[in-house]
Design a protein around this ligand. Structure first.
Ligand SMILES: [Zn+2]
Ligand SMILES: [Zn+2]
Ligand SMILES: [Zn+2]
Length: 286
């Protein structure tokens, strides 16, 4: 961990936790935000967390974890134990609060973030529409910048599917960088999800795909993203632009599609490259 000064600044910024005055979920999310802001690594978070909490909470924590010792537990476990203590019987409101507060952490993949949010939405009984605005507001710096520069140039509000695609592009870039760093350049055949085109292992493991709430930009079929579409490299017969089927084209014959347009006036003609119901890659998810 850097200088003592930096440490003191962070601890001071977080401040002590006072039960009764603060709500644990608010406090914890604020603490995480502060760590991300100061680029605190995961392994340094425990020390700073314990130093911030204050004597009263440390005493409480000792009681909660007994017979284990605080020094034997990692940061996430400590946070979990405190959360369970302050919210022994989670209800809808609890999940709602968790959803509202949950930011995209600096070192977290977009995939993981969306999975977490989806679960919270489900548990809180909220509608899926909440996800779009939440993602626009709360993704981490890198994804946010991408969304703002590539999707929101002229105040257009991106669709959920567009947000998914941009977030996954960032994930993919990081995964690639990691593979390069590890010198694993061998091209191995990886099984990919037919909804989001991410590798099933390790990304998906046993989780269902969190991106099934999406509509393809190339063929307008629900349930998969452009990255996984068999039509993503197709050239439109009508406007000549790459990446969508003629059936959904909003451009004019011989002219490229206008950049922004409401997706209402779908032409009625059905040319040869009309999408089938099933997306390209038919490998099942589990
Ligand atoms: Zn998937
Ligand atoms: Zn498609
Ligand atoms: Zn077209």
């Amino acid at each position: 961990m850097g200088s003592n000064e930096r440490r003191a600044t962070i601890i001071n910024e977080i401040g002590a936790f006072i039960a009764g005055k603060h709500k644990w979920l608010d406090y914890f999310e604020e603490m995480e935000r502060c760590f991300d802001k100061h680029y605190v690594q995961e392994e340094d978070r425990k020390d700073l967390c314990l130093a911030s909490l204050g004597a009263k909470t440390i005493k409480l924590l000792k009681g909660i974890v007994r017979p284990q010792k605080i020094q034997d537990l990692d940061y996430r476990t400590i946070a979990d134990k405190l959360e369970k203590h302050f919210y022994p019987n989670p209800n809808r409101r609890y999940y709602l609060t968790k959803f509202t507060l949950r930011k995209h952490r600096g070192n977290e993949t977009f995939f993981k973030y969306v999975s977490t949010l989806r679960q919270l939405l489900k548990d809180s009984g909220l509608a899926s529409e909440k996800l779009r605005n939440h993602l626009i507001e709360n993704t981490n710096r890198i994804v946010k910048t991408k969304i703002e520069t590539e999707l929101m140039k002229d105040d257009t509000i991106p669709t959920l599917s567009q947000l998914f695609s941009k977030g996954l592009e960032v994930d993919e870039r990081y995964a690639l960088m990691e593979r390069m760093a590890k010198h694993h350049r061998k091209k191995r055949k990886v099984r990919k999800c037919f909804r989001c085109n991410q590798p099933l292992v390790p990304n998906h493991e046993n989780v269902t795909c969190p991106f099934d709430w999406s509509e393809c930009e190339a063929c307008e079929m629900p349930g998969h993203l452009l990255a996984a579409c068999k039509y993503k490299n197709i050239r439109c017969n009508k406007c000549g632009v790459l990446g969508h089927v003629t059936k959904i084209c909003k451009g004019q014959k011989g002219l490229p599609e206008p950049p922004t347009e409401a997706p209402t006036d779908t032409p009625a003609d059905t040319p040869a490259d009309t999408p089938a119901d099933a997306p390209a890659n038919t490998i099942p998810e589990e």
